[in-house]
Design a protein around this ligand. Structure first.
Ligand code: DAH
Length: 374
């Protein structure tokens, strides 16, 4: 039942006391029931409104009607009640404001103990990692990095590298040719480069000797994919040209590079070979770092070196003077300069270094496989 002001039956202090207590109890009760700002406004108006507010009624019903001798006392009482009402109303306002702040804070609450959202970041692909590592070995020796186009002309891919016109490497067996090139002269016809060697010529056209460069990049061949072949793979090419480069420089440089890349215990061995753009040409082998060169692992034959104790890593040789003929206008006079070159498969050295036995794993992009190298 809502509180209403009634007339006092008399003006004695006891009656006044009882009435005041009743009023204060109602004030407190109504104040505690306030939940929000509209509640508070209604509360304030009910008590303070000039017209017919509870306090106005108290004024009218208690004070105005009081006989002269009681006026002073009643007036004091009524003033106390007014003050109490004002204080309660003010306190109620502060309380709902505090409540609003609190609920805003609760809404904004941040649980700093929740685990964060992890965003996996990419990592180098194992082939790129192996390639970068090998390039790093040569950079440490003072080589700089060059790159060239993957779509190449017959001239850079073959002719300027001393491939005779009917060399079998030009055959469609190995080379992926760009279609509809027949109307162009042979040397301008486009193909997907089969090796990174054309960048040797492109660089010598741009930069005068001496040069020391490494050339990482993708190459393409018409090979069906299997455990050791892929129509796209990666090579790292090297070239050093100066006035007095010897086969000893070639051997010393590559021996150091193999030890730096595979570990200082590997030995190197050179075996005669043939490439049109080097003379003499060689294959470089490293002693098998899996079996230590014995060809066996316990009672089993060693697979990576096919029981030979040696693993073939790259082709190399002294730059053929016929190659310098194509760039002699830029300071590469065949009688004055000499150089060595080499080329290796980045995918192959990644397979060997990481002990992977199927090249296709590198290109299937299964994150469960690739993340092992991250
Ligand atoms: N270009 C050769 C290939 O793709 C690799 C090679 C061998 C590169 C000997 C060289 C080199 O620079 O001197 O099989």
């Amino acid at each position: 039942m809502a509180y209403t002001v009634t007339k006092l039956k008399d003006y004695s202090p006891t009656t006044l006391d009882t009435a005041a207590k009743e009023l204060l109890r109602a004030l407190d009760q109504e104040a505690t029931a306030i939940r929000n700002e509209p509640d508070w406004k209604a509360f304030r108006d009910r008590w303070m409104a000039r017209k017919n507010g509870v306090l106005t009624q108290v004024n009218d019903l208690w004070l105005k009607t009081a006989p002269k001798e009681a006026k002073r006392n009643v007036g004091q009482r009524v003033n106390e009640l007014k003050k109490a009402a004002e204080q309660t109303i003010e306190a109620a306002l502060q309380q709902i404001e505090a409540k609003a702040v609190l609920s805003r804070l609760i809404g904004d609450r941040l649980d700093v103990t929740l685990p964060g959202i992890s965003r996996p970041i990419g990592a180098e692909h194992p082939v790129i990692k192996a390639s970068n590592d090998m390039v790093g070995v040569f950079r440490n020796l003072g080589f700089s990095v060059q790159e060239g186009p993957e779509i190449e002309t017959d001239y850079y891919n073959f002719e300027s590298l001393n491939f005779p016109p009917n060399h079998p490497a030009r055959d469609t067996q190995d080379t992926l040719f760009i279609a509809n090139q027949q109307s162009k002269p042979l040397r301008e016809q486009l193909l997907l480069r089969t090796h990174t060697s054309p960048v040797q010529i492109r660089t010598m056209e741009k930069i005068k000797p001496p040069i020391r460069i490494v050339i990482p990049g993708k190459v393409y061949r018409n090979d069906p994919p299997d455990a050791s072949h892929s129509p796209m793979f990666h090579q790292i090419e090297g070239l050093a040209v100066d006035t007095n480069i010897t086969f000893g420089d070639l051997k010393g440089t590559l021996d150091h590079a193999m030890k730096a890349f595979f570990g200082s215990s590997v030995k190197t061995s050179f075996r005669p070979s043939f490439f049109p753009f080097t003379e003499p040409s060689a294959e470089l082998l490293v002693s098998c770092f899996v079996c230590g060169g014995s060809g066996r692992r316990g009672s089993d034959p060693c697979r990576p070196c096919k029981q030979t104790g040696w693993i073939e890593i790259l082709g190399c040789g002294m730059v053929d003077p016929n190659v310098f003929e194509f760039v002699k206008h830029n300071g590469y006079e065949p009688s004055k300069v000499s150089g060595f070159a080499f080329g290796m498969g980045a995918d192959r050295i990644a397979l060997l270094k990481y002990g992977v036995d199927d090249l296709q794993l590198f290109f299937q992009n299964d994150v469960r496989f690739l993340s092992q190298f991250a």
